[in-house]
Design a protein around this ligand. Structure first.
Ligand code: EPU
Length: 426
């Protein structure tokens, strides 16, 4: 298992280019199921979750080509024949977003067998709202041996009011409704930029969807969708993570090729902490503004403060003067990083969904364990300011969603190395 070795203390200086958003790329790849034609996606990040989704599509009979670097991080997907519309447990267990293929598979082939995703490090991850919505569109869904089996002659448009705001739930049902017979009206939808990105692709494929980015979305179902070419949005969570890297190390970083409009809640909180920001059209410069001050955050659905930035922001707060309170409202168990941060010398206590951070601690290097994708990022940030050399174990969590994290950080002056298994496998 790979590890990171990080020596803290260097201010980060220079420019980091942001990659395409993993959480946009995943639903956009699933959308290719909806047509027999080729779908070409650009700005696909080179991360493990994308490789997992490629495997998933290929296992169903799709042709998928992935090209990186000079190939513009382009993938072309052709689902001419879907001979095996099954999302197998071996693949789904490593990536909960696999449930995104449920809606498109039923819409395109009239049936789907998808392994139920279990819980994961951050909480239960149920998909009851996906199921309820598909049933409202006329699908019959049964559960057997850990798999959901869904069937429908042709889905019918429906009026769906989501009981709770769900990002992939909104995306899954949008894809199903795009090919359903008649009109659908969805209320209480997720407004995340990733939903808007998916809708831009679906409309380029011939779908008729209005209202993405608001909580009410109308879909006029069409009989067929065609191929399209689409460029994936920049990753707002990667951009946010590197903004914090600049702020916490007292550096001067230019975060380039991002969309500052998607970063509103985070930028506001960084300024409240005393971080200096120059916001451009496609970049944000972050530079040291002296001492950091405490701030409270409370995670919410977009455009609120993102749960995917909570762990990284907490690391920043360990370096701020005063006491901050972090409330996690989206997932029930997203404080796995706290124990490891405390082992590095932070002073954080957790009670239910709330963490209290007494800031101003000098973090110390330690051997720590990554528990999920964003928790890993929080530990990298802590190691960048700790005195001495830290070792981060299980960085495969990081590889699921950050493209070449260590190379990007090394390029701006961080001392970070990846180590493989020193003695190899038995
Ligand atoms: N929920 C239900 N029933 C459902 C679906 C969701 O109760 O059928 C609950 C969840 O348990 C959670 C809340 O609704 O409490 C919100 O979950 P949501 O469905 O919005 O999460 P998701 O779609 O599974 C996506 C991102 C996550 C991100 C969340 C919240 C992708 C592939 N994943 O997950 O990203 O944290 O939205 O913004 O888009 C990450 O990138 O590290 C990550 C975990």
């Amino acid at each position: 298992m790979d590890k990171f070795v990080i020596r803290g203390g260097n201010p980060l200086l220079g420019t980091i280019k942001i990659s395409g958003a993993k959480n946009s790329a995943l639903p956009c790849m699933a959308a290719a199921i909806l047509t027999e034609d080729e779908v070409i996606l650009e700005n696909i990040p080179q991360v493990q979750d994308i490789e997992t989704e490629r495997k998933l599509l290929v296992s169903m009979g799709a042709e998928v080509e992935l090209g990186y670097g000079r190939a513009q991080h382009r993938t072309s997907i052709r689902c001419a024949v879907l001979s095996d519309p099954v999302a197998k447990y071996e693949i789904v267990k490593t990536m909960r977003a696999s449930s995104l293929v449920l809606g498109p598979l039923i819409a395109r082939t009239g049936m789907a067998r998808v392994a139920m995703p279990g819980g994961c490090a951050i909480g239960g991850r149920p998909i009851d709202l996906h199921i309820k919505g598909l049933e409202a569109m006329g699908a019959t869904i049964t559960q057997e041996h850990g798999y959901l089996e869904a069937r429908a002659e042709r889905l019918k448009g429906a009026h769906i009011v989501f009981d709770k705001i769900t990002v992939t739930g909104t995306e899954d049902l949008l894809m199903a409704a795009a090919l359903a017979e008649g009109e659908s009206l969805f209320e209480n939808c997720a407004r995340e930029p990733e939903v808007t990105d998916l809708v831009a692709l679906l409309n380029a494929m011939g779908a008729q969807i209005e209202g993405a980015g608001t909580s009410t979305i109308r879909i006029k179902g069409v009989a067929k969708l065609h191929g399209a070419r689409h460029r994936i949005n920049p990753d707002r969570i990667e951009a946010g993570t590197f903004l914090i890297a600049g702020a916490i190390t007292g550096g001067d970083l230019n975060i380039d090729c991002c969309n500052p409009e998607h970063l509103g809640a985070l930028l506001g909180k960084l300024e409240q902490c005393g971080v200096k920001l120059d916001v451009g059209k496609e970049n944000v410069r972050v530079h040291s503004g002296g001492k950091l001050q405490a701030a409270d955050i409370s995670t919410e659905e977009y455009p609120g403060f993102p749960t995917d930035m909570q762990a990284q922001f907490m690391t920043l707060l360990t370096q701020a003067e005063g006491t901050s309170v972090v409330t996690e409202n989206i997932f029930e168990n997203r404080f796995m990083h706290v124990g490891e941060l405390n082992r590095m010398g932070a002073n954080i206590s957790v009670s239910g969904r709330t963490a209290t951070i007494r800031g101003g601690a000098q973090l110390q290097s330690a051997a720590v364990m990554c528990s999920d994708l964003r928790a890993s990022a929080a530990l990298v940030l802590a190691a960048l300011v700790a005195d001495g050399e830290s070792i981060l174990d299980r960085v495969y969590h990081m590889d699921r969603g950050y493209e070449h994290m260590e190379e990007k950080l090394r390029g701006v002056g961080a001392q970070i190395r990846r180590m493989g298994d020193v003695f190899g496998k038995k």
